[in-house]
Ligand binder design. Structure first.
Ligand SMILES: Cc1ncc(COP(=O)(O)O)c(C=O)c1O
Length: 463
């Protein structure tokens, strides 16, 4: 038998001298265990596997009324100021899908931002929902979508409702790069239109609840000290339909949820709400502030954002594509989280690695010296209307017989698959959308900016 491949890749090397250690600034945010919630770390020191338990009566599961999971979910709802909480073991992805299916019946239209995570698109396929995609403000200097304000959202709602009724609205805040807005006016705009709001806070900490959102999804590996796939769905208010959520969780989640991942969710949320967790966060933010000051002293351009623990290098200002910057740094032992054509995002975590404040700016200055040049030309805003719906049903287009065309020949065709660099997992094109000449040219230009991530061909529905 061939030796195992994956197991050795996961096992840490026994001793690595400090000068050879990688600077791992990627998700999960616990940084290879350093920032795991202490209660979870304690559990993991028990005999391996002793915690891998089924839904025994004393433990229960996310949909059981009794048992430790039910009690933990209630306590976490309380802690975060929600009425209900459901733990999930298929990441924020699984809970976003369950929430969407609970809010919108088959055939209904749901309003989704263009910076949606692909899991929401998959949710639309599973629930036979019709996505109405709305465009967002765009920053040509960085090439990043910006969060909408209430005036923008009011315009979006008016345009979307002109095309027919909606079942629900989704917002993403903060974004992967830590960009956020004051959510309360946005919640008011959505509720003013008589609609429920789901906020994807995979990168956040549940602030949307205080702003009045009906449903909020958190990812415990992105915002805190949990393991990958541990996540929580929180709900509140008069629009909350707990039975509908339980039903869609039943459809989508495994019948054998991992007790370890459920415990990871509880531990991460408890830490987040505790004085010890808040002290830990403040310490990490102080490190991040020192890091930013040192980057500034080195003349390294950073993008302003709202999450101190996400550091976004504005690579376009250095004349470097973020994907090239990422590859260069990776070879030198610095692992970033999110390379994009105009920026590179580092996830510092709540327990940043030792030496971060010294090592990262030095590495970034070396990067600027090695690859830097004149700033990149401004990015072109995607040629998209304020709101748009695929011309052909998403699920039908995705399953249709398809043919491959070079992007420059795709004008007038219907997309049969999404174009979706990962990360960040945001589709640039959605199945069923008609590709006009402007969009085809924009996608071809994007393809050159995402080498290896976007092909110069696209699958279109065979006519
Ligand atoms: C905004 C956003 N929402 C949801 C997700 C899905 O999270 P997960 O991969 O943990 O399911 C991601 C993943 O990157 C994301 O960036």
């Amino acid at each position: 038998m061939k030796p195992s491949q994956l197991l050795p890749a996961l096992a840490p090397r026994r001793f690595v001298p400090p000068w050879c250690r990688t600077l791992a600034l990627h998700l999960p945010a616990h940084g290879r265990g350093r920032g795991l919630a202490p209660e979870l770390a304690t559990l993991l020191r028990r005999p391996p596997g002793s915690w891998d338990l089924p839904e025994l009566p004393a433990i229960g599961g996310p949909l059981e009324p009794d048992g430790a999971v039910a009690r933990a979910q209630d306590a976490c709802a309380n802690l975060l100021g929600a009425e209900r909480c459901w733990f999930g073991v298929n990441g924020a992805s699984g809970l976003l899908q369950a929430a969407l299916l609970a809010l919108a019946p088959p055939g209904s239209r749901v309003l989704l931002p263009r910076n949606l995570h692909r899991s929401l698109l998959h949710g639309c396929v599973l629930g036979q929902l019709r996505p109405v995609l709305f465009s967002l403000p765009f920053d040509p200097a960085s090439g990043l979508w910006q969060p909408p304000d209430a005036v923008w959202l009011e315009r979006v709602l008016a345009a979307a409702l002109a095309g027919g009724p909606l079942a629900a609205v989704v917002l993403v805040s903060p974004s992967y790069q830590g960009l956020a807005v004051d959510l309360a006016p946005l919640v008011a705009a959505v509720h003013g239109a008589g609609l429920p709001l789901l906020v994807d806070q995979a990168h956040g900490r549940g602030e949307a609840l205080a702003a009045g959102a009906d449903l909020v999804v958190l990812s415990c590996q992105k915002g805190g000290g949990g393991l990958a796939q541990s996540a929580a769905l929180l709900g509140q208010g008069p629009r909350l339909d707990g039975a509908a959520i339980a039903r869609s969780l039943l459809w989508l989640q495994t019948s054998s949820p991992s007790a370890l991942l459920l415990a990871s969710t509880e531990a991460a949320l408890r830490l987040h709400g505790s004085p010890a967790g808040q002290r830990r966060r403040r310490r990490a933010e102080a490190v991040a502030a020192r890091l930013r000051r040192r980057c500034a002293a080195f003349g390294l351009p950073l993008l302003a954002n709202h999450d101190p623990l996400r550091l976004v290098l504005h690579t376009a200002a250095l004349g470097i594509n973020g994907l090239a910057a990422d590859a260069w740094l990776l070879e030198r032992g610095v692992i970033a989280e999110l390379p994009e054509p105009g920026a590179l995002t580092f996830c510092l975590g709540e327990v940043p690695p030792a030496g971060l404040v010294w090592r990262l700016p030095r590495a970034l200055r070396a990067l600027a010296q090695a690859l830097g040049g004149d700033p990149l030309p401004p990015f072109t805003a995607p040629p998209l209307p304020l709101v748009a719906e695929p011309d052909l049903d998403l699920g039908v287009a995705w399953r249709s017989p398809a043919r491959l065309l070079p992007l420059h020949q795709a004008a007038g065709q219907l997309a049969a698959e999404p174009l979706c660099p990962y990360p960040p997992g945001i589709p640039l094109l959605v199945p069923g959308e008609r590709i006009d000449a402007e969009r085809a040219a924009w996608l071809a230009a994007e393809g050159r900016r995402w080498p290896g991530q976007i092909a110069d061909t696209v699958k279109v529905v065979a006519s």
